[in-house]
Design a protein around this ligand. Structure first.
Ligand code: ADQ
Length: 459
């Protein structure tokens, strides 16, 4: 059997917990198969310090972690600059937040070349290489230029925007051309595939060869949707473990007479957290029965804090939560509990199970795993209700959630009220369907389908 080589910006010990969808999903996938996981070590070499030349290798169970360090300059232009200052906002439809500094692209190219050079020294002839996410779009093109002939697949964890929006990136054509160096390109949702297909037909005169095969730039690739899932069984096991049960009991005890709503996200502007908090304020305003009762717990883990847009959203959110607590709070009740921290992974299922309503309302999201975790954590005999943004990739699958437009603050408040009042029978019916769906398309299914398709692509 060929060895699986996973490449992503960061690697993480798959035996430890992580906040971030990619780390969680890849950790689960690699734990099953074993293999090599290659990426940045998280270390930055300051000017004057010397860089190690060979990748650092470390064993983590069945997985070998191979990491390289980055210089300060490369980190700033590749990671903060091009990846998170250009690609992340534009791919999340936020041209207004993009910082098109012409200097970033050189660093992005340099780091992709560096990754390719270092990875080449570790490859075996029959390896299958699986590259992840927007940081590494040109990696296969670099590897091919160095003579790599192994099968290479790419999976984009974030959305692909419509062609007109993609075209705002000065290097858009170069980026899409680079995707054709892969044998298979995977997206989260059908909408993303449609955007890819429209882009390559209109901007690159691509021929569509059938069976999701596209020919352009003198190469053929296959593009398909592979909606990522969670490890449902593992998450359920976690739900019944001591930490989750403790968290559940504490929450239910503290909020015994109250209704609980939960949001768990990285503090990212794509997640729509301020819109969600405004919707909650609207709920308190229009449905006074929820005052002194409904409590929103919003957990938002710190992320990318040295990018300006992230500092702005943090300030906005702190102001909003403070204002709502000031306007509606009582001596013994605060409407919003905002926690700017990463919660231990083992506690998340307990929190989700204790919540009557799960709020997953991103303005745009590739998939959103929290939506699936919320479903997996529920008590099937008395489940909570998922309120889900129609702009999350997950909405293509999770039709029995209450789907909302997160920009419509009033409409979202109405959906929350509907969730809080939903009769048990309807909650159970919806939950059963949602659970069946996330079980069928779990993380193991996702990995198998991607790797099986990659094995056949290019034949
Ligand atoms: P993310 O944007 O990181 O992932 P998401 O899919 O929601 O988003 O995954 C977040 C993961 O981190 C979940 O497992 C969640 O439990 C955990 N997490 C989030 N906030 C946390 C907190 N405060 N404390 C502890 N844990 C926390 C990207 C894309 C998504 C896509 C995934 C996987 O943006 O659209 O679903 O990759 O492909």
């Amino acid at each position: 059997m060929s060895r699986l080589v996973v490449v992503s910006n960061r690697v993480a010990d798959p035996r430890k917990s992580a906040a971030g969808g990619l780390a969680v999903a890849l950790g689960d996938a690699l734990n099953d198969t074993g293999g090599l996981w290659f990426g940045w070590s998280g270390r930055i070499i300051e000017p004057g310090q010397s860089e190690g030349s060979a990748p650092q290798l470390q064993r983590a169970g069945r997985v070998t972690l191979a990491t390289v360090d980055l210089s300060r300059e490369d980190h700033d232009s590749y990671y903060l600059g091009y990846s998170n200052g250009v690609l992340w906002p534009v791919f999340h439809y936020r041209l207004d937040l993009a910082d098109f500094d012409a200097g970033y692209i050189a660093g992005y190219r340099r780091v992709n070349r560096l990754f390719a050079q270092k990875l080449m020294t570790l490859l075996h002839p029959d390896d299958v290489i699986w590259v992840h996410d927007y940081h590494l779009i040109p990696l296969a093109a670099e590897l091919r230029a160095m003579g790599c002939t192994q099968r290479i697949g790419f999976f984009l964890h974030i959305p692909l925007p419509p062609p007109q929006m993609l075209a705002a990136i000065p290097q858009h054509e170069w980026l899409i051309r680079a995707l054709f160096a892969y044998d298979l390109v995977g997206f989260q949702s059908e909408v993303d595939v449609q955007h890819f297909s429209r882009y390559v037909r209109n901007e690159a005169d691509a021929q569509v060869l059938g069976e999701d095969r596209y020919r352009a730039f003198g190469r053929t690739t296959v593009a398909q949707a592979f909606p990522i899932g969670i490890d449902v069984d593992e998450f359920m096991r976690l739900s019944h473990a001591r930490e989750a049960c403790e968290t559940y009991d504490t929450m239910r005890e503290q909020y015994s007479r109250r209704r609980l709503l939960i949001g768990v996200d990285r503090l990212d502007y794509s997640k729509g957290i301020p819109h969600r908090v405004r919707a909650f304020r609207e709920l308190l305003k229009h449905y006074p029965e929820n005052r002194n009762s409904a409590t929103l717990i919003q957990i938002a883990s710190p992320t990318r804090e040295s990018v300006d847009a992230y500092a702005d959203i943090r300030q906005e959110l702190e102001g909003l939560c403070g204002a709502i607590n000031g306007d509606y709070g009582e001596l013994d009740w605060m409407p919003v509990r905002y926690i700017h921290r990463t919660v231990a992974r083992k506690r998340i299922p307990g929190l989700c199970r204790a919540a009557d309503v799960g709020l997953v309302t991103p303005l745009r999201d590739g998939m959103n795993l929290v939506a699936k975790e919320y479903i997996a954590a529920q008590n099937p005999e008395d489940p909570g209700v998922l309120v889900l943004s129609r702009f999350a990739g997950a909405a293509e699958q999770l039709k029995e959630a209450l789907l909302v437009n997160p920009y419509d603050v009033h409409g979202t408040a109405e959906a929350i009220q509907q969730a809080l009042r939903m009769p048990l029978e309807e909650r159970v019916r919806r939950h059963q369907k949602l659970l069946a769906r996330i079980r069928e398309h779990d993380v193991h299914w996702w990995r198998r389908r991607f790797l099986d398709t990659l094995a056949q692509a290019g034949d």
